[in-house]
Each structure stands twice: as C-alpha cells, then as structure tokens.
Design a protein around this ligand. Structure first.
Ligand SMILES: [Ca+2]
Length: 354
C-alpha cells in the first residue's frame, strides 16, 4: 500500500496528436502569409508612390508617362486654378487617344452595359424633372446666334434619344465613326468602362502632368504658339463666332477622328480640344490650396453650393471642339471643368490610365 501511496502522480494526459497537429497546421502558414502580405504591401506601396521608378512597358493603345514634379495650376487665371503648386506624380500608362466609339462598342457588346443617357427615366431619383427630361436622352449642342456671356449655356438642349450611339439625338449615328471619340459618356459610364478594361480614370494631377507633355508652365499642350498660328493646327477647337457658327478652319466643325492632330510631347493625342475627358477626382474649387504634393487624388467629396452646385461633381479636363479663345479657353492644359456624375453631352468622353 505504502509503495502505492508513494507512486509519483501520473502526468496529465497529453492532448491527442490530432489536436496538436491542427494548432501547428494553421500557425506556421498564417505567420508566413502575414509576412508575405506585409512584404508585398511594402514593395507595392514603394513602387506606386516612387516617382523615379521606371514606367512599365505600355500595351499598344497606351503610352508610358514617366513620373515627375511640375507646377500645377496658375495664379493669373480663374480662381479654381490657384494657387500654382508643386505636384509630384508617379509613372503610369495612359491611353494614347480618347476612348473611341469602336472601343466603347466592344465594351458594350461584352457587358451589355447601358449608359446613363440610354436608361429609362427614374422618377424616384429625379422627382422634380421637367416633362421634357422624362425620356432617355442627353445634352446636345445647338448653334445659335447669341452673345455667349449674356446667354451662358443657352446652346445646350436636351435631345431625346441622344446617346453614345446617336451623339446628336434621334436620326444621327456613329456609323463609320469607329475612330471618333465616344461621347455622350457620363462619369459613371467612363468608370464602368475603365473597370472592364482593367484600367482606371486618371487623377486630375496625372491628367495635367500628361497633358503638359514635358513642357513646364507653357500655356498650351504643345508650347507657346496659338492654335492655327502659321497655318498649323494643334488641336480640334472652335473657329468663328461662338456659338453661332463653327467655321472649322482646323479641318473639323464638330468632333474629329482621334489622331487627327499631332501628339504632344508625351505621345498623347487630343489632350487639348476634341472631347472633354473625365478624371477620377471630385471637384472642389478650393482644392489646390490644400492639395498634398505627392500624387494628389482630389478631395473626398465634391462640393455643394460653393458655385451653385446642386450635385457633387467630378473633374473633367482638356476642353472640346467647342473651345475658342473668346468664350471657352479651357482647352489649356491647366484649365479645369466639372460636371455631375450622371451628366453627359456630345462633347464629353474620356480616356483611361493604369
Ligand atoms: Ca474644329
């Protein structure tokens, strides 16, 4: 009995081998995974934000835009272009041209996407819409003999049936225009295309850096010469008396096929004129005063009521075939414009980056 009493207490039974295996099974791979993700994030973060990193080779429809630092905006122009401020942008790739009708048609064919302009009227979203806006359609430019400053925007009409397929409304088409920029594109249409194409819309800073094509603080994407000086046309804009009659001295009254004018220093076509191009950024007229220096991505939201905005707006850049030197000079690389995300018109398209 005494022997029995002095027997050492048996150790607690070991956990079954299966349980021990299970705990080791997740612990080691989990640690490795955490380490791997942290490492990849660190590399990705560094490469995305390093302006000196070499640009990746571009696919055929895109060009590589190197990173760099430039002066964005100006102090002697419209209030929303001030203050001039230094911005650094990392390298990226940009579509050499505005997204064409042919490219947009491929997207629609693949996805059955319906653009904002083609959608049935939504009385819940737009309870106060006037009767004429209650059919699918979009804004179309109609020439008229008015003094533009006293009749701002009077030349825009809502055309029933206008869409990227029928840019000027019922009875018009894009037949034979595969190489024209796709227009009547709302911001959300552009964003949907970009996502499908594995791309994204450019930030406003990327857009302006690319538009300047390596030229520092020049008024135009191509330098100092005025459009048409010496008979050389650099951009598809408006000649003649705006908005009554586009004389088309640059060869086009209205849109032009992409690549109809020479590229800028970055190898990009139509960064000035032809069609407005949507950017990723929300619009805030005071953003330049608070913009970070490195890779600015715009404010968190669009402003309301600052300039009479009833909806938050996204930035668009580059001007269009309707720009001229008297009324709309916004075909300059630093000029800004904006519109609500659901708005479209026959002078507004886009291009993508990645
Ligand atoms: Ca023109």
């Amino acid at each position: 009995m005494g022997k029995k009493a002095n027997r050492p207490v048996a150790p607690a039974p070991a956990p079954p081998p299966a349980a021990r295996k299970l705990s080791l099974w997740w612990a080691l791979p989990a640690l490795l995974l955490v380490g791997l993700v942290a490492g990849l994030l660190a590399i990705g973060w560094k490469s995305e934000y390093d302006p000196l990193r070499e640009a990746d080779p571009a696919p055929p429809e895109m060009v590589s835009v190197p990173g760099g630092t430039f002066v964005m905006g100006r102090d002697d122009g419209p209030a929303d272009e001030a203050p001039a401020h230094e911005v650094t942008v990392a390298p990226f790739q940009m579509d050499a041209t505005e997204v064409t009708v042919g490219q947009f048609a491929a997207f629609v064919k693949a996805t059955k996407y319906v653009t904002v302009a083609e959608r049935e009227f939504d009385p819940i979203k737009y309870p106060n819409a006037a009767p004429e806006f209650r059919k699918p359609g979009s804004a179309v430019f109609f020439p008229m003999d008015v003094e533009p400053w006293e009749n701002r925007g009077a030349w825009w009409r809502y055309a029933v049936g206008a869409s990227w397929r029928r840019p000027e409304g019922e009875g018009t088409s894009v037949k034979g225009k595969k190489n024209y920029p796709a227009v009547q594109i709302a911001w959300e249409d552009a964003a949907a295309y970009a996502k499908w194409a594995g791309k994204r819309l450019p930030t406003e800073a990327e857009w302006e850096w690319a538009a300047r094509g390596g030229l520092a603080r020049k008024p135009f994407c191509w330098g100092d010469a005025k459009n048409g000086d010496g008979g050389t046309w650099y951009a598809n804009a408006f000649q003649g008396q705006f908005p009554a009659r586009d004389a088309g001295a640059d060869g086009f009254a209205g849109l032009a096929p992409v690549k109809s004018f020479p590229p800028n220093g970055s190898g990009l076509y139509d960064m000035s004129g032809n069609a407005w191009e949507w950017c990723a950024d929300w619009y805030d007229p005071g953003y330049y005063a608070v913009s970070p220096k490195d890779n600015p991505r715009g404010p968190d939201a669009g402003t309301l009521g600052v300039e009479g905005e009833r909806q938050p707006q996204k930035v668009r850049r580059g001007g269009s075939f309707l720009c001229d030197d008297h009324y709309c000079r916004r075909y300059l690389p630093g000029a800004r414009d904006k519109n609500p995300t659901d708005s479209s018109a026959n002078h507004t398209g886009f291009r993508c980056v990645k």
